[in-house]
Design a protein around this ligand. Structure first.
Ligand SMILES: Cc1ncc(COP(=O)(O)O)c(C=O)c1O
Length: 390
């Protein structure tokens, strides 16, 4: 359904959806591995890349295509490719963008497995320089003649620092490098990196896009040419999403706008409460005026989202605090209906070497909170009682 000019919520519900002959108002789950060829020459044509049709769900599937059209439309992009996890999407996008001998610039504060993937690229003859991309000059200084890719998250997981998407894109494009932005924390509801100049957007759809913590998923979003090439690479890597997971994420995305608004409203209440608590040292939330990049956030994001980072006075209190919570769930992941809390230093970012981690601001006293959709007063009551026990 082509509704490019409709509002975000309308598009999140209707984009990509097609009605079949049954009149089903939801997308059917085409739970099949191969698709039958009409005859031998039809099979030979499709396998040879001639004509349109489905062959095998590792390459394309009608349920997944609805999801891909929906996210491409919402990100104001030409095309998208869904993968089975965020890491499958990031790996496939990285391998689409670089080859042995290339150089990559990545922000130093990124999700732990993404960081680890970049470290592993050394085994494939790819050098990666980690920089603090919140200052675009650092990106410029790190450029080498063979730099082909610049990668960052904004806001970054877990410290919630921001990178100026447009400034970094201007620098990178001057030097013909691809800019890839992980937009997991904001979703296209609050931030559209492609409109600001990014070439490729990746998502862990496991998080806000699906929104219910019941499936994994990943997205690569970009130009038609880029996605064609990513589809080729990804098909060989084999990280295709299952039709059922695609269906769950399609359903989740239909409520993305109202969920993101509520996550943000709740996060603002929780952040203000934390700011006023004497056992909390620092609260980092892009919606607070004292976030060092508050103005940049207002320019490139239309909402502050549901993620908060905060520091207790003493790192030794962290386990006691986490173990005392009753409503907030101690688990990694984020962007779900329920509030999730975790300790990056020992959990999501445990793979980052300690000295590097500390220099990036991922300290032992830092706690990451994914504020859920419960009543804000209940989340606050729970945090307050747990803080009372340390
Ligand atoms: C910002 C970000 N990107 C990517 C990923 C990886 O996503 P997945 O767990 O779906 O592979 C995560 C996971 O937490 C994440 O937080």
């Amino acid at each position: 359904m082509a509704i490019k000019k409709a509002g975000f919520s309308t598009r999140s519900i209707h984009s990509g959806e097609k009605q079949d002959e049954t009149g089903s108002i939801t997308t059917p789950i085409y739970q099949t591995a191969p698709f039958e060829f009409k005859n031998a020459s039809h099979g030979a044509d499709l396998m040879g890349g001639r004509g349109k049709g489905y062959v095998y769900s590792r390459g394309a599937n009608p349920t997944t295509e609805v999801l891909e059209e929906k996210i491409a439309d919402l990100e104001d992009a030409q095309a998208a490719l869904a993968q089975t996890t965020g890491m499958a999407a990031i790996s496939a996008a990285v391998f689409t963008s670089i080859k042995g001998g290339d150089h990559v610039i990545a922000d130093e504060v990124i999700y732990g497995s993404t960081y680890d993937l970049f470290v592993e690229l050394k085994n494939f003859g790819v050098d990666v320089t980690f920089v603090d991309s919140s200052d675009a000059n650092n990106v410029e200084s790190a450029f080498r003649p063979n730099t082909k890719l610049v990668f960052f998250e904004t806001p970054a997981n877990p410290t919630l620092k921001l990178t100026d998407i447009k400034a970094v894109c201007d620098i990178a494009h001057e030097k013909d490098a691809t800019v890839m932005v992980d937009n997991t924390f904001m979703t296209p509801y609050f931030q559209k990196p492609i409109k600001l100049g990014a070439d490729v957007v990746v998502h862990s759809a496991t998080k806000y896009l699906n929104g219910h913590g019941d499936t994994l998923g990943g997205m690569i979003v970009g130009s038609s040419d880029y996605i064609k090439s990513a589809r080729h690479t990804a098909k060989n890597m084999g990280g295709s999403i299952t039709p059922f997971s695609s269906w769950l994420i399609i359903r989740g995305m239909k409520t993305l706008s109202i969920r993101m608004d509520r996550h943000t409203e709740n996060a603002m209440s929780v952040a203000k409460f934390l700011q006023g608590h004497d056992k909390i040292n620092t609260v980092i939330y892009p919606g607070l005026h004292d976030h060092p990049q508050y103005e940049l956030g207002r320019e490139q994001m239309s909402g502050a989202g549901g993620m908060i980072a905060f520091m207790l006075e003493d790192p030794k209190d962290v386990p006691v605090f986490l173990d005392s919570l009753k409503l907030c769930t101690l688990a990694v992941s984020l962007g779900e209906t329920c509030t999730l809390i975790q300790h990056p230093a020992t959990m999501t970012h445990g793979v980052v070497p300690r000295d590097d981690r500390l220099s990036y601001g991922i300290t032992d006293e830092l706690v990451r909170l994914s504020v859920g959709l419960e009543d804000a007063c209940d989340i606050i009551d729970d945090i307050e009682q747990a803080l009372g026990l340390i």
